[in-house]
Design a protein around this ligand. Structure first.
Ligand code: APR
Length: 241
């Protein structure tokens, strides 16, 4: 029997790479320091693009100096091992960083967008954009539209909804790693998996808001827990299943 594992990751998987999380520690998360309604909504961007773009410029620079950690590399290894055993890994992330890809993951579904990309407000072309993004910049393709970070802001629809639903329907195991279960639709995937009869596992520093949904949980730093879990699954793939 081939395995199809669905992995959902959140900010916690990149925390040990030095990228801030949003909500976890009292008064230290990104949204405790910055007002998301002033920085992460289309209305905020329309009202004050310079401030919004400066916020993402700082996060982009921080990302460029960060590196994947052992959790990212373990998931890339799992993807390769499953593929070589005729199975599949669906790696769906809420993260806008590229650390999964830099760790070697071949297929990453970014449901909240990507920080190293910019999108034209006019022709919707998406461009690789590792530099700062000034408000005066125009689209390299249509030359008319301004550019915005290719990120899903509050009040906007996440990307790849159908692809994610199809992957969930095909999965035989569901794992959520480093996410607080505070933001939908991602926070609802575990319940959907459960309703489909798919076993569910939470890997997190501490119990998420939706922890009760999960069949099993392992708590601790992702860079420790994820490689150990991947090792178990990989051994399990040693021709037994
Ligand atoms: N290892 C494992 N888990 C960790 C670690 C770590 N080293 N550090 C923190 N965590 C866990 C926290 O316990 C928390 O449950 O990661 C989770 C981070 O939660 P959030 O900061 O809420 O991040 P996330 O769930 O990804 O947020 C969802 O909200 O702000 C929006 O669009 C943004 O994608 C984001 C979405």
């Amino acid at each position: 029997m081939t395995r199809h594992i669905f992995v959902l990751t959140g900010a916690g998987v990149s925390a040990e790479s030095g990228l801030g999380t949003f909500r976890d520690k009292a008064g230290e998360g990104i949204w405790a320091q910055f007002d998301p309604m002033k920085l992460a909504t289309p209305e905020a961007f329309a009202h004050d693009p310079e401030t919004v773009l400066a916020f993402y410029d700082a996060r982009r620079r921080n990302l460029l100096s960060a590196a994947p950690n052992a959790a990212h590399t373990a998931l890339a290894r799992l993807e390769a091992t499953l593929a070589s055993a005729g199975g599949e890994l669906s790696l769906v992330t809420q993260n806008i960083d590229d650390l999964h890809e830099r760790a070697g993951s071949q297929r990453v579904i970014h449901m909240h967008g990507e920080l190293l990309k910019a999108r034209c407000l006019n022709c919707e072309c998406v461009h690789l954009w590792p530099e700062d993004l000034p408000a005066s910049e125009s689209c390299p393709a249509c030359r008319t539209g301004g550019l915005r970070p290719h990120i899903v802001w509050f009040g906007e629809m996440p990307f790849h909804k159908d692809e994610i639903e199809q992957a969930l329907a095909r999965a035989d195991f569901f794992v959520a790693i480093g996410t607080s279960g505070a933001v939908y639709p991602a926070a609802g995937f575990a319940a959907e998996a459960r309703a489909l009869g798919i076993p569910t596992l939470e890997i997190n520093l501490k119990a998420a808001d939706n922890a009760v949904i999960f069949d099993a949980a392992r708590y601790g730093p992702a860079s420790v827990i994820v490689p150990a879990w991947v090792e178990e699954v990989t051994v399990g793939l040693g021709g037994k299943i």
